[in-house]
Design a binder for this molecule. Structure first.
Ligand code: HXC
Length: 270
């Protein structure tokens, strides 16, 4: 059963959010929660049918929503999707980079191109979206008392805090994402009042990431760690996104908020 939100329903009223990977998993839940708290939602993804069903679902809750096909690895797609968002909704206040690629693979079986593919999606894709969104985000934001710039949330992970089996590519990619978050926060926070933060989810049930990265056979191999494995919900991540995207987080810039129930403290599991 979906938990009620502790945030006021109009906390993001009048704002426009673009979410990469916003059609499924954690990205969709963030789209939904930003939407029911007042934001208009543009979601970007590679799969048309996923976008269509996500948009229909958002609209069925009364959320103004559009789906825009695109691959974050292509700069021209990023530019086109941002232009379409502005054309449709007139502004951009919140960019959420939730698109990610991953698969479990031992290092010895991962080709350099496989490694590069995940870096391209997660790290370069995040950078590209931020870079192309800057000119719009400069004008976005709540425009109340505190800041005029918009805000960015980069979805990260906790894999790279220690080391994670079979995920050298994702770990390296998310380490780069965290670094990008800090560098952008420094430059754009200072120059444009744009806040850039990250969220590092732990194991979140009912997501493609969890079913791919923590398959049953891997969990059951290590019964000791199963005892420590406390699963989160997509809702938990979306609440963190609401905090960071709203004025509640107006003094938070350059941080990556770990939302994992303390799970990473017990890494590393195989
Ligand atoms: C080994 C693999 C592989 C696998 C792909 N490659 N899958 N290598 N094992 N399972 C290699 C290929 O051999 C190839 O290298 C290179 O990667 C590119 O493969 P393509 O199939 O051409 O890539 P593409 O079609 O672009 O797809 C990329 C993809 C993507 C990364 C595989 O489709 C994908 O993973 N999508 C999943 C989306 C998803 O689950 N999102 C949820 C994210 S959750 P060679 O050398 O052969 O050319 C998340 C959580 C993070 O990110 C951590 C939380 C704990």
């Amino acid at each position: 059963m979906a938990m009620e939100s502790p945030f006021k329903a109009d906390v993001l009223k009048g704002k426009v959010a673009l979410l990469t990977g916003g059609g499924s998993g954690i990205g969709y839940e963030i789209s939904y929660q930003l939407g029911i708290h007042g934001a208009s939602i543009a979601i970007m993804g590679r799969r048309r049918h996923v976008l269509e069903s996500a948009v229909a679902s958002l609209q069925s809750h009364g959320i103004p929503a559009i789906g825009l096909e695109g691959d974050v690895r292509k700069r021209e797609d990023a530019i086109r999707v941002l232009e379409s968002t502005i054309k449709h909704f007139g502004r951009l206040d919140i960019l959420v980079n939730a698109a990610a690629g991953n698969f479990l693979v031992p290092v010895e079986d991962l080709s350099p191109n496989g490694f590069r593919t995940v870096i391209d999606i997660d790290s370069v894709g995040t950078y590209t979206m931020c870079h192309e969104a800057l000119k719009y985000l400069k004008k976005g934001g709540p425009g109340k008392d505190h800041f005029v710039g918009g805000t960015i949330i980069n979805i990260s992970a906790t894999l790279h805090y220690t080391a994670s089996w079979y995920q050298i590519h994702v770990s390296a990619a998310k380490a780069a994402v965290d670094s990008i978050t800090r560098s952008l926060a420094l430059e754009w926070g200072t120059d444009y009042n744009i806040r850039i933060n990250g969220i590092a989810p732990g194991p979140i049930k009912d997501t493609p990431g969890f079913s791919k990265l923590a398959p049953e056979e891997i969990i059951s191999k290590n019964s000791e760690n199963v005892l420590l494995l406390k699963l989160g919900e997509k809702w938990d991540i979306a609440m963190a996104a609401l905090y960071l995207a709203s004025d509640a987080g107006k003094y938070v810039n350059g941080t990556t908020l770990v939302v994992d129930g303390g799970d990473w403290l017990s890494h590393s599991r195989k």
